[in-house]
Design a protein around this ligand. Structure first.
Ligand code: NAP
Length: 256
């Protein structure tokens, strides 16, 4: 079904850890040539080494358009163009809105939303030359579907990514580029582990499938959007959350 990724050039932002590393691994296992981007060069290189199969790590900050243009050029020079961008880099610090500073708001929106714009804009010149140009965004259930105290800025950034996508997919359709988004629920990553054991346990209990997601669960959904077979799918989302958004109350879970 997804053999079409063999030898494709793939850029994964935020690929040094968590979901991005999972996406990078799934694509590398499918035969793609993967470039991993993160601010910390050593961690990007270490993730690439761990994944193997020709994966390569590069330093780049999605909040900086020039950085992303340099990364896109280096990735294209290395792998003969860019066929797939997985715009995944993101942060999720918590701050309730009554205490939230303007700087905290800007940091989250600047990384998650503006960083997504920078990544796409920088890669478009190369994606245009691909016969299978694909953009896969990592959004979230938080924002577009659900809310969680402390994440009003984060939720706005993740909803904003979908608003961005709805117009980007129309503008880029003339080049045959598709733009889609994966919406993860709670996925076990370094970033999520930082929220503490209590959070992880309570979250797992609230999910019908009774477990947090794995980074590979997200990687496989991204792989579908990037595949040749998904060439007629654009501007769409897939929720990968173990059914988390479905129970209308705790009672609904208790009675199952
Ligand atoms: P994570 O484990 O904290 O990893 C974040 C990755 O993004 C790292 O590679 C980090 O590397 C990179 N990054 C952060 N800021 C960056 C910047 N300015 N420029 C370039 N790279 C940057 O996070 P995660 O849990 O895997 O989350 C990844 C994405 O999935 C995010 O967009 C997040 O919103 C989304 N998501 C996660 C969950 C979840 O449950 N984990 C659920 C829904 C959505 P450096 O620090 O070295 O830059």
């Amino acid at each position: 079904m997804t053999s079409s990724l063999k030898d494709r050039s793939v850029v994964v932002t935020g690929g040094s850890k968590g979901i991005g590393k999972g996406i990078a691994r799934v694509f590398a296992n499918a035969g793609a040539k993967v470039v991993i981007v993160a601010r910390n060069r050593d961690q990007a290189a270490a993730a690439a080494k761990e994944i193997g199969q020709g994966a390569h790590g590069m330093a780049g900050d999605v909040t900086n358009l020039r950085d992303m243009e340099a990364v896109a050029k280096a990735a294209a020079d290395r792998n003969g163009g860019i066929d797939v961008l997985c715009a995944n880099a993101g942060i999720f610090p918590q701050a309730k809105l009554e205490e939230m500073t303007s700087e905290q708001w800007d940091e989250v929106i600047g990384t998650n939303l503006k960083g997504c714009f920078h990544s796409v804009k920088a890669c478009v010149p190369y994606l245009k030359s691909s016969d299978q140009g694909r953009v896969v965004l990592t959004s979230s259930i938080t924002g577009p579907v659900t809310g969680f105290p402390g994440w009003s800025h984060y939720g706005a950034s993740k909803s904003g990514q979908l608003g961005f996508m709805h117009t980007a997919c129309i503008e880029l359709a003339k080049y045959g580029i598709t733009v889609n988004a994966v919406m993860p629920g709670n996925i076990i990553t370094e970033g999520l582990a930082g929220l503490g054991d209590d959070y992880l346990k309570t979250m797992a209990a609230s999910i019908p499938l009774k477990r947090l997601g794995t980074v590979e669960d997200i990687g496989h959904a991204a792989l579908y959007f990037a595949s040749k077979e998904a060439g007629y799918v654009t501007g769409q989302t897939i929720i990968v959350d173990g059914g988390q958004i479905l129970p209308e109350s705790l009672e609904a879970l208790a009675q199952a």
